[in-house]
Design a protein around this ligand. Structure first.
Ligand SMILES: C[S@@+](CC[C@H](N)C(=O)[O-])C[C@H]1O[C@@H](n2cnc3c(N)ncnc32)[C@H](O)[C@@H]1O
Length: 467
């Protein structure tokens, strides 16, 4: 990587934000296209008379499935195309009660642009039909009618290895840069790293194209590293990468997290950006807790940072319009790919849902880490029956994280260069403005792409040769 001056680094961050804003445009364009095709704008304007309406009313009116209509209404609200009024507070978990009393409306002004195809010179919703892979758009539209989505594998079969490669490259930079040194280092107070250094075993459940599996395999040559995923195309990419990099202690197995079995019990399992994508996360968590981990073994889940309330998400997530585009085309689609799918979608595995579901699955020591990643949250927990029951509190965990942060100078320096880093303020002058914006309140324009933690990617992609 070229040595850049601080001014140039600032420009890099600005440029990155600008380029990501184009991706947001692409994801919002998809949502305008979908709304146009299911007649949502015209129905809300001319048939529902610009009234405040619930997702249920809209879905019934259009003869479509509520969960899918809800995701689109929220995405269009986040994109400031529709207006929204909060109903009775409820947890954002994709269930029937989630947002049941929230209402949405289209204004006459917006309708002139996206609904009035008869005599408005400003009408432009028709322009969006060409921007989406027509086969993918057809699949999504079908889901509005059936309520059933489609798997990552079916996307891969449609798009070939390219679609698995894209996910790998979006999520992989962060995984390669921070998984071992930042995250694993603090799990179970360092015992996970210790186990892997001494020949232990780890499973990446939902490993996709295997970027974490191969990273772990290379970092811990004595360990056994397994990855499982239902997407055979993505697994093929992971196997090929392992072979090319001469990593011999990794294996990939085609399977679903809820039914995957193994001859060995693992010291640790990781779920990287998958739980909200899965139809039955409850069953996956149970399988990991009861059948896959050793007693006292550790589960680490990385999932999208959202609040459990659509209203709060609107206030705090700068990347929300894009998030809903990803949800409709990937996350919700995958999470409803079986008829019994819970349909969490991109924002659905939030701290409230995570704590409840992990507790119900039997885990103990549930803990949320602060890894300074503005786009993702990290949950750590243990299966019961470990020799020592760990009493970990927020302070000890964030201390451990801070220790790892201190230890690894490459990560530390890269994080400090991030525009999103909220470091300790230097005492110097009270008048001096904070150099970095608040990470927690304003993630965009440094977007997480499909849950990717690209905010941190901004950080780790400056690591040069380690990438
Ligand atoms: C956003 S990708 C993340 C892939 C990978 N963990 C990464 O970080 O690159 C979500 C993955 O979840 C997988 N998935 C979907 N349903 C699953 C299930 N029931 N069990 C395990 N994995 C599943 C998909 O096939 C997909 O590879």
């Amino acid at each position: 990587m070229a040595a850049l001056t601080p001014a140039e680094q600032k420009q890099v961050r600005r440029t990155s934000g600008m380029i990501w804003s184009y991706k947001t445009g692409q994801m919002v364009a998809l949502q305008i296209h979908l709304a146009d095709r299911i007649n949502l704008f015209k129905a809300m304007a001319y048939e529902l008379n610009y009234e405040w309406v619930t997702a249920n009313q809209v879905a019934k009116h259009l003869g479509l499935k509520r969960r899918w209509v809800m995701e689109l209404l929220r995405g269009l609200t986040a994109a400031k195309i529709l207006e929204y009024q909060e109903g009775n507070e409820s947890v954002n978990d994709g269930s029937a009660s989630d947002g049941a009393t929230d209402t949405f409306r289209i204004t006459p002004v917006v309708a002139e642009v996206v609904a009035n195809e008869v005599d408005s010179l400003s009408f432009n919703a028709g322009a969006f039909s060409g921007g989406v892979d027509p086969m993918l758009a057809d699949k999504i539209i079908e889901s509005f009618h059936t309520g059933v989505g489609f798997t990552y594998e079916s996307r891969s079969l449609l798009g070939g290895e390219q679609s698995a490669e894209q996910t790998k490259r979006m999520l992989g930079v962060w995984t390669k840069g921070a998984l071992v040194d930042e995250v694993l280092a603090v799990l179970n107070n360092g015992k996970v790293t210790e186990a892997l250094e001494n020949g232990g075993a780890i499973l990446d459940c939902g490993c996709g194209a295997g970027v974490a599996v191969n990273t772990l395999g290379a970092a811990f040559p004595n360990a056994t590293v397994h990855g499982t995923d239902p997407d055979g195309v993505a697994l093929g990419v992971g196997r090929k990468d392992a072979k090319n990099a001469n990593i011999n202690n990794v294996s990939f197995f085609k399977g679903f997290g809820e039914s995957y079995t193994s001859d060995i019990k693992y010291d640790a399992v990781i779920c990287m950006d998958i739980v909200h994508d899965t139809p039955r996360p409850d069953l996956i968590l149970q399988n990991i807790c009861k059948n896959l981990l050793k007693p006292g073994g550790t589960l680490m889940i990385k999932d999208i940072k959202s609040t459990g309330s659509f209203k709060k998400n609107l206030e705090t997530m700068g990347n929300l319009p894009m998030i809903y585009g990803f949800s409709l085309s990937m996350c919700l689609a995958s999470a409803t790919s079986t008829p019994d799918g819970m349909g969490l979608g991109t924002t659905g595995f939030n701290p409230i849902v995570a704590e409840r579901m992990c507790g119900e699955a039997g885990f103990v020591n549930f803990h949320q880490h602060d890894f300074r990643d503005p786009a993702n949250l990290y949950y750590e927990m243990q299966s019961p029956g470990g020799s020592t029951s760990m009493t970990r509190n927020a302070t000890s965990a964030s201390m451990a994280s801070k220790k790892a942060f201190k230890k690894n100078s490459a990560v530390r320096n890269a994080i400090k260069r991030s525009p999103l880093y909220k470091g300790k303020k230097k005492k110097k002058s009270k008048k001096k403005r904070k150099k970095y914006p608040d990470l927690s309140n304003n993630p965009g324009p440094y977007f997480c792409a499909c849950c990717a933690g690209l905010n941190l990617m901004q950080v780790t992609c400056q690591r040069g040769s380690k990438m």
